[in-house]
Design a protein around this ligand. Sequence first.
Ligand code: ZN
Length: 67
Amino acid sequence: MVAPEELADLLSDPYRVACPNGHTALNPAETTPSAYCRTCRESYHARELADRRRDPDPCKHHRKRKD
Ligand SMILES: [Zn+2]
């Protein structure tokens, strides 16, 4: 999820915000807190989008434990 007030800022990094299907390089909308995915041909509200830095891949665990 992306906070609507942060969306425009996060979209300045094209690989930071992903659509619900995992696509990046989204186009910010000018008048609403949403972004358009060219791959899906859909527009998504900020709350439907993923901030890839704040919500990292769940499978990336640090392996610091022994055994
Ligand atoms: Zn998409």
